[in-house]
Unconditional design. Sequence first.
Length: 765
Amino acid sequence: MIRTLPALFALLFAAPLMAAPAGQQTLFNFVRPADVVKVATQDASLPQYNAEQTPEGEVLRRITFNPATEPSLVLSPQTGAWDWSQSSAMSLRIQSAMNWALTLYIKVQSADGKTLVSRVDLPAGPAQTLLVPLQANSPLSQGMKAGPPMPVTVDGQRVLLAASAGEIDRSQVVSVTLSMIKPNAAQSILLERFGVQDSEPVLKAAYSELVDAYGQSTRARWPEKVSSDDQLKALAAKEQQQLKTWLAERDKSSLDPYGGWNKGPAFDASGFFRTEKRDGRWYLVTPDGHPFYSLGVNTVAPDNSQTYVAGREWMFAALPKAGEPFDKYYGSGDNRSGNGAGEGRGFGSGRWYDFYGANLQRTYGGEGLDQKRWVTHTLDRLQAWGFNTVGNWSDADLATADRVPYTLPLSIVGDYASISTGTDWWGGMPDPFDPRFAMATERAVAIAARDHRDDPWLIGFFADNELAWAGPGDDPKSRYALAYGTLRMTTDVPAKRAFLKQLRDKYRNEEGLSKAWGIHLAGWELMEDPGFEPPMPNPEHPEIEADFKYFQKTFADAYFKTLSDSLKWHAPNQLLLGGRFAVSTPEAVASCAQYCDVLSFNMYTLKPQDGYDFAALRALDKPVLITEFNFGSADRGPFWGGVTQLAREEDRGTAYSAFLKQAMAEPSIVGVHWFQYLDQPVTGRLLDGENGHFGLVGITDVPFQGFVDSVRKSNLAAVDQLGKAAEKAKAAGAVREHEGGRSAQAGKGAGQGAGQAGGHSGNGH
């Protein structure tokens, strides 16, 4: 029930109100209300006399959001609409009345029904001025995934600049709604001034000089933060001594040259990596025939940490000028792809700067990157820290060093048709029915295999990365987005012709399809039209869903079979490591299991079992590789903690250990790969503006020592656990073999044979 409050209240407090910031227009004051604004509540309470004085001397008024689906406070004009066309932001003086942060949602609506929405993480503490930009605005529009910490102090006042999405007619604003989503208990905030103002000075203050000369955030301090070149050199020398100790310990451990457990039972040695299932558990097996658990790191590269500076030089406190030291680390690029990853992003092209490269020179001297030194040092780190795999998108020289096994991606690039599923983060789905896709695959595999087909250090190839197999939701339209997207295409797209042929072969005529789908289709040619929209799956017409599933399985079969056939021809000894699924369908995963040696998933969850139904995976009976996972925080410089952000840096090691233990407990998982080696730049990487702190190493090339120590202990424990599991499996197999032999002897006269002791999978894709 919505209650409209009386328009005018008497204020009993005599404390003075704080002055409004310059340029602000106040439309309404909650403490000294006037009848210019309607105030309404739903599942919220705003008592008539409840002004409160804060310890800072401000007087504000309390509103309480009660436990409900969406308790809200609605502000609207007494008559007509507000004309905010000359203002750039809505402002609200606000404070959390709780001792913890609160999440609020702000919705601004114009007379034409359009809305602008903001999610606001309101921290505990003193009052601040909340600014909601009246045009779509986010850290991404400034070139980065996450923005600097808020609030920011401007002219002595705390200001919280919100991100906003959507669009409104600023000349016809009819309401502003503050709400919470399903609070478990009553939550209160304090309010005072409501109005509009210019947000440009706040934006400049929030983003100005974010980055220091070393590429670090200027907004915080932390133990590994560097303040001088001498400090960089001292930290590097200290680390070198630690690495020597750890590498000496590794040399005495029970590992074969590839990092496999060599003191346990031996598997058959094929000279290449392969998979085998023994006593219910899947294993990767090294070329020398030892069990191997792939502990990998992605993006181990010295040239993947640049950030665009063009047009936003004011965000950087100390960029070198031409002719100054380290000016050689400028370059230029263009990452305006038009894909979902770049939507809404600003500053995605032009001049960039490489702080990591400059820091390497500061630390180790020389006139630029010493590639040989970097490769040796990086491999020393990986091995000392208990890793045994160089993951995707890593420097090619790491693979040729013959020290650490590695993986490679197969990126199929060509002019073949593609289908939109609505996600399209990295682009549309390749059309595997298009002959040009087969040609592009053949070319990509041939090039990739040319230098690696006989390399025993190569674990295998990935079938591309994070393709858009499904849409961005849990509804049927997303589940069957590939089928829907295909039927919307024109008939010059081979996938659509394949889908229509499937339906014609099954139903023969439009009457059969109309009956099965519960529609009236006057003629087949109507399905050929671009934009054809099939009905939603429903219980009354189960054939709709059956047809969608069949097509999506056929599509996935065509895709994975094309890659498998090509790899069999060009590199028959190498593994096909699956599709690195981020979104998937059961059809795609089943097809991947049919044609690939390994299933691979990128999982940003606290444990693998939260990322997929492993009971369903066990039914497919394939080994599983977790090819991306991480845990970040926002207290070491970069502003984003990733999808699985934790509260503190100290929590990352604990989360890593727990994830790895859960992975080891799942008998189908044969390895996990951390994303990534280095922190991303504070102001966003070139590719898409991501600026996460989830590296093992910072932009200064200084490791996060506490995290690295924890990761190392977890990795070494995992290898020990693998060896014990292999020994147990070998012992169990020996017992069964012995008992089978006795049974065979006893039944010789009856022609009975002995049983076998386990399954085996080679490199047959």
